[in-house]
Design a protein around this ligand. Structure first.
Ligand code: NAD
Length: 251
């Protein structure tokens, strides 16, 4: 028996990285999955491989959300789980950050999460409840230099999660945030300068001595999506190899 048997899930940003790892785990645990992304090629290929469905969705666009949720309800009958995973990163010094770059990050990470949560309230209420998993970051718990927009958006996700949990608990809808540390995905590889860049020196700075793998976040997301987390809501789930355990200036 799968841990997500009978559940229908919509996962944003699932064409690659942590979202793709979650989609794989969800299908393996018995869920029906909609992969929603702007990366059509990788999204369609993964959906084909997993027997999931692919939906083009730019999470920052309001109209696209209605279409995605309507299709999920049409094809699956309902939506039990939403994983707001899509996100983008922009490195720049505060004093040199352009407004358009700040707004672009906030639109995808923060507004995308808001629109996603809002879109599933009705179908989840009709289904008698559900689970929303919002992917924040350790940058939703503490600051990181050169990531002003990203950090703002990830703190916002952490806050919105609590408001949604308080409002939606009576409807049986649980809402939690996930806070990964550095995970080996294309987002981090691109930020570091390419897939060939050795990230092991960053990993050595955390208690577990290594960067994380997307599957290690997917396991946490499965737990939050499943009934195993039935008493968890409004909470922060950290998977960071111990990165936020310290206040030391140097490790
Ligand atoms: P990734 O760049 O590998 O994957 C992100 C996915 O989101 C891609 O498939 C991309 O096409 C999609 N996407 C981007 N903009 C979108 C939009 N407007 N609408 C729909 N889809 C869009 O990144 P990842 O590392 O897998 O990140 C997944 C999530 O985890 C993000 O929210 C990220 O901020 C967060 N996170 C990542 C790390 C890390 O170290 N990798 C750490 C903490 C949090």
């Amino acid at each position: 028996m799968g841990r997500l048997d009978g559940k229908a899930a919509l996962i944003t940003g699932a064409a690659r990285g942590q979202g793709a790892a979650a989609a794989r785990r969800f299908v393996a645990e018995g869920a029906r999955v909609m992969i929603a992304d702007v990366n059509d090629d990788e999204g369609k290929a993964l959906a084909g491989e997993l027997g999931a469905i692919y939906q083009r969705l730019d999470v920052s666009e309001e109209a696209g959300w209605a279409a995605a949720v309507d299709r999920a309800v049409d094809e699956f009958g309902t939506v039990n789980v939403l994983v707001n995973n899509a996100g983008i990163l922009h490195f720049s010094e505060l004093a040199k950050t352009r407004l358009e770059d700040y707004e672009r990050v906030v639109k995808v990470n923060q507004i995308g999460t808001f629109l996603g949560m809002r879109s599933v309230v009705e179908p989840m209420e009709r289904a008698g409840g559900g689970s929303i998993v919002n992917v924040s970051s350790v940058e939703g718990l503490a600051g990181m230099p050169f990531l002003v927009a990203y950090t703002a958006s990830k703190f916002a996700i952490r806050g919105m999660t609590k408001v949604a949990a308080l409002e939606l608990g009576a409807k049986g809808i649980r809402v939690n945030s996930v806070h990964p540390g550095m995970i080996d995905t294309k987002m981090v590889q691109d930020a570091a300068g390419g897939a060939e860049i050795d990230l092991s020196w960053v990993g050595r700075k955390v208690a577990l001595g290594r960067v994380g793998q997307p599957e290690e976040i997917a396991d946490l997301v499965v737990f939050l999506a499943s009934d195993e987390s039935s008493y968890c809501t409004g909470a922060e789930f950290v998977a960071d190899g111990g990165a936020t355990a310290t206040h030391a200036l140097r490790i």
